[in-house]
Design a protein around this ligand. Structure first.
Ligand SMILES: [Zn+2]
Length: 295
């Protein structure tokens, strides 16, 4: 019997992406459609099911479908929680999709899918413990050990975005102050810059201005790098991963791999820093590739 193809879906806030992977992890087909979350939960489930149907006409027989999504399945209720596509929260997404598709589905957090793809065929390939970091509008993370996602008994492993690193820092929607997400996400840096200068600028503009020598932008970037160092050093001291792969919009900032890395070395509980801190290979596609690798 020929090895089976795998189907993965990345259910994002603006688009639903699907792929079919061959047994070597190469993409056979890729499809992308709008999420249109304003039309609600039932629409998202129906759209996802239709997309899976289309992919199965290519993939043929498959045993299960892997789904990556923001948030996680609550181990307490079995329902979705912590999704920024808020109409998914409190819903039985795995059950509803399983009933529509007539197939088992594996639902996993999208940062875990990112980490799985990078650990399997990306920047962390061959390493035993890979930590995937997402730094963009939000901050998240995922942990892969020996090629498998480690999500933990409460499905919160890797959620370093809500480690508080400044108890006097800005208040976070999770109820704490000074969470990593409140300090090193794109919107957080943009807010700090606006507070200093009274002017609004995007993360990309702030980095460009810092490189051109503007002092307020330089301070904002230096603060980002220092806090990145603190946050990642905590993580390295706890997990000591072989590789940390950076993803999300901020992973394109070159300074993270030099000055940011130096800041990690400054704060880590060790006399050296051997941990590889590297840029992702799969870019935006990591989530959907990782979803297919779940099955
Ligand atoms: Zn928080």
């Amino acid at each position: 019997m020929a090895p089976r193809l795998r189907v993965g879906i990345d259910l994002g806030g603006t688009k639903i992406e699907g792929v079919v992977l061959d047994p070597d992890g190469a993409v056979v087909v890729r499809r992308r459609i709008a999420t249109d979350q304003a039309r609600g939960y039932a629409h998202i489930v129906a759209t996802t099911a239709a997309l899976v149907g289309e992919l199965r006409s290519v993939a043929g027989d498959c045993e299960a479908i892997g789904i990556g999504t923001p948030g996680a399945v609550s181990t307490r209720t079995g329902l979705m929680k912590n999704c920024n596509t808020t109409c998914l929260n409190g819903r039985d997404l795995p059950g509803d999709l399983r009933r529509q598709l007539g197939l088992p589905v594996v639902v996993e957090n999208d940062a875990n899918c990112f980490a799985l793809a990078e650990a399997t065929t990306g920047a962390g390939r061959g390493a035993r413990l890979v930590f995937g970091v997402i730094m963009g509008t939000g901050v998240g993370g995922g942990l892969v050990i020996d090629g498998r996602v480690w999500s933990g008994p409460q499905h919160i492993a890797g959620e370093w975005g809500h480690h508080a690193i400044d108890p006097q820092g800005p208040r976070c929607y999770c109820g704490q102050r000074g969470c990593v997400e409140m300090l090193i996400s794109g919107p957080a840096v943009e807010r700090r810059y606006a507070d200093r200068t009274g002017a609004r600028a995007s993360m990309g503009e702030i980095v460009a201005r810092a490189r051109a020598g503007e002092s307020a932008a330089r301070e904002a970037l230096d603060e980002l790098l220092d806090r990145f160092g603190r946050a990642l050093a905590n993580l390295v001291s706890i997990l000591d991963p072989d590789v940390i792969v950076l993803g999300g919009g901020l992973s394109n900032i070159d300074e993270l791999y030099v000055d940011g890395r130096a800041a990690v070395a400054r704060y880590v509980f060790n006399d050296e820093l051997r941990t590889a801190i590297v840029r992702n290979v799969h870019g935006d596609s990591a989530g959907v590739l990782g979803a297919a690798m779940l099955v």
